[in-house]
Design a protein around this ligand. Structure first.
Ligand SMILES: [Mg+2]
Length: 408
């Protein structure tokens, strides 16, 4: 505790003017960035975990500015980024900018090649608005598609068309991509329409062509199979929806559904994007260490450790391919232009959320099979779900970071 106080003393006294002109991750001359998971670390349901307010108070100066670059990374996605930033600011009593928030879909900002193409979006909440704010210009929702092709959605008898529609207006062909933001409300409708679009190459009014040589690109956000709400047992998440879609696709075509990209933790895209935001807060200066605090072994810890492996690989051999890392997600990782990457990413597990030291899930294998969407034959290596540190709550995580980064 004394080292922590010493660090804070240094920050608030002699270096004050320096600190105001350049953001402070200069404790001991190192540049540190922090990634916080939200649910189970800072919030539980709609309420704040008490340690979270105390933890964040230790990370801001007297002007309420963060002492380190800080980014909040969540797999939630049925909302807009600035709304999430407002909600967090309000609940946590600190000022959090939209640029400090990474939702599961946020890395789509980086995928500019898709931005001027027509995309079909699946999910709930303001999906069209979300797609527009991410940069997509031509967006078609499931509702619009269903309206234009009323004969496709037949499960709910009460929603079937009562008379044969004369002629449906032809929507722009969905030439380029399908974006799966999160679990939809009517799974059966979305499963049917997505399969229709995939098997007709974007012309759902036509007959299936199961011999299609190339599959339309699919971008999927949030692969969590289960998530914890107020119910005693976990709820089905978007990963479970993807599992259904993949099974149907395989049954009909004999082929595996391929993803152009899978986003959200533990995907590398998400960590690359989050590091980019940390670096922006650090005036584009390179970071030495990124601390990632989370409550879920299979998303937060696995993701942070995988990213650490990626950073290590990057530093030992920047010219080599990323095969080693790609094995972890099963998704090919794009070659990111030469940036000043952080030296390492340390994972910190807290015990206020999904992970419960008193009742661990039965068996490691079970953890990986039930908590992570195992698409593309993903194999979880035991050392990737081993946290660098395990602490009680987020306040203890912050104390640990300050101690680790203390000059003495
Ligand atoms: Mg969490």
């Amino acid at each position: 505790a004394s080292t922590v106080r010493q660090v804070r003393g240094t920050l608030s006294l002699s270096n004050w003017s320096v600190l105001q002109t350049s953001p402070v991750s200069h404790l001991s001359g190192r540049q540190v960035g922090v990634l916080f998971d939200v649910d189970g670390v800072l919030l539980r349901g709609g309420s704040v975990i008490p340690a979270a307010r105390r933890a964040l108070r230790k990370l801001v100066d007297q002007n309420q500015s963060f002492l380190f670059p800080v980014v909040f990374v969540t797999n939630a996605g049925s909302c807009l980024r600035h709304h999430k930033a407002q909600q967090l600011s309000h609940l946590l009593d600190v000022q959090i900018a939209p640029e400090q928030v990474v939702l599961s879909h946020s890395p789509l900002h980086m995928m500019e090649t898709f931005h001027n193409k027509c995309v079909l979006v699946s999910g709930q909440g303001p999906v069209t608005q979300i797609a527009h704010t991410l940069g997509f210009q031509k967006v078609v929702t499931m509702e619009e598609l269903s309206e234009q092709h009323p004969l496709l959605d037949m499960v709910d008898h009460s929603r079937r068309p009562t008379s044969t529609p004369s002629s449906s207006r032809i929507l722009p062909q969905i030439q380029v991509a399908i974006i799966l933001f999160g679990e939809p409300i009517r799974w059966e409708t979305n499963l049917q329409l997505i399969v229709d679009v995939l098997l007709t190459n974007g012309r759902p009014g036509c007959v299936y062509d199961t011999r299609l040589s190339a599959q339309m690109p699919v971008l999927a956000c949030n692969m969590d199979l289960l998530w914890m709400a107020e119910a005693p047992s976990p709820r089905l998440g978007h990963g479970m929806f993807l599992l259904c879609l993949e099974s149907i696709y395989r049954k009909l075509t004999g082929r595996r559904l391929e993803y152009e990209a899978v986003l959200g933790k533990p995907s590398l895209f998400t960590y690359q994007y989050a590091e980019q935001l940390l670096r922006q807060q650090n005036q584009n200066h390179k970071l030495s260490t990124i601390y990632a605090v989370g409550d879920n072994l299979m998303t937060d810890i696995y993701g942070a450790n995988l990213y650490n492996r990626y950073l290590a690989k990057h530093h030992t051999d920047t010219m080599s391919d990323t095969k080693l890392v790609a094995q972890g997600t099963g998704t090919p990782v794009p070659v990111v232009e030469e940036f000043a990457f952080a030296a390492q990413c340390r994972s910190i597990l807290v015990c206020t959320g999904v992970y419960n030291p008193q009742s661990p899930l039965p068996g490691d294998q079970n953890v990986s099979e039930t908590m992570l969407h195992g698409q593309n034959d993903l194999k979880v290596e035991p050392d990737l779900v081993e946290p660098s540190h395990m602490v009680e709550d987020v306040e203890a995580a912050v104390d640990l970071m300050l101690q680790q980064e203390s000059p003495n």
